[in-house]
Design a binder for this molecule. Structure first.
Ligand SMILES: Nc1nc2c(ncn2[C@@H]2O[C@H](COP(=O)(O)OP(=O)(O)OP(=O)(O)O)[C@@H](O)[C@H]2O)c(=O)[nH]1
Ligand SMILES: [Mg+2]
Length: 241
């Protein structure tokens, strides 16, 4: 097939997201695919699959299939199946949880064992994502330790927040573009930068109404949500298979 014919066809890409339980893998994918986030933790069982169409550099459409693998699969036997024909692996840890970072070594070992069965060309790009960077004040890992780990293992390193959306789209897009050797313009990179949602909680004590006890025993707290308008990405869709 000539280059021009290939350019006309949609490209396909398989991504697998791995990491300990509760680090936010599902929410990162939901943020990327649906611009969505859930505070309620619902553990993934086995793996879920998502599809998203991404348009790079105006003309290049990529169909991205994302495998959201449960953290429990660390001790399971299905990882090699989920990693079959995977082009990009995202290793996710929670920046507030040192254990989740330490476990990346175990994941890497497991990945290397699986990849030994494949040829070098079939080996995926691996990147590290430190999630929950909205909780910077609770950071458990020093940045230089993370950078050293990424450097030693030749991995690209991102700091993201599924909650605010910070750097989620831009990290996914950067990895996908790099895989196809597509150079994004500064304008395109800026487009992927999400606007961070601000959430203000009023701590001002509320006057206690006389009849409030009768209505409800619970303390009332006013909550003001100031949601900054978010930019929805055009030409992108996602469905759960
Ligand atoms: N503050 C904060 N909380 C987050 C963030 N991402 C995820 N969470 C919360 O972390 C919890 C776990 O998120 P999930 O996405 O379900 O975690 P997971 O890695 O998919 O977990 P498993 O499916 O069990 O492997 C949920 O309560 C989320 O609301 C984030 O960026 N910031
Ligand atoms: Mg999950």
């Amino acid at each position: 097939m000539s280059d021009s014919e290939d350019d006309c066809n949609e490209k396909r890409l398989n991504v697998a997201v791995l990491g300990e339980q509760n680090v936010g893998k599902t929410n990162l994918i939901k943020r990327f695919c649906h611009d969505d986030f859930s505070r309620i933790y619902v553990p993934t069982i086995g793996a879920d699959f998502y599809i998203k169409r991404v348009t790079l550099s105006r003309t290049k459409d990529v169909i991205v299939r994302i495998a959201d693998v449960s953290g429990l699969e660390m001790n399971g036997h299905m990882v090699s199946t989920y990693l079959f024909k995977t082009n990009i692996i995202l290793l996710v840890y929670d920046i507030t949880n040192m254990e989740s970072f330490n476990s990346l070594n175990v994941w890497l070992k497991k990945i290397n064992e699986i990849m030994n069965r494949y040829t070098e060309e079939e080996n995926p790009t691996i990147a590290v994502m430190g999630n929950k960077c909205d909780l910077e004040h609770k950071r458990a890992m020093r940045l230089h330790v993370i950078n050293q780990f990424a450097q030693e293992n030749n991995l690209t390193n991102f700091s993201v927040s599924a909650k605010t959306g910070e750097k989620v789209n831009s990290s996914f897009i950067e990895l996908i573009a790099a895989f196809f050797s597509i150079v994004l313009s500064d304008l395109e990179k800026d487009k992927e930068k999400s606007i961070i949602k601000a959430e203000l909680i009023s701590r001002t004590p509320q006057p206690i109404k006389q009849d409030s006890k009768r209505v409800s025993g619970k303390r009332k707290q006013s909550k003001l949500k100031n949601v900054v308008t978010k930019r929805k990405l055009n030409n992108q869709s996602c469905t759960i298979q």
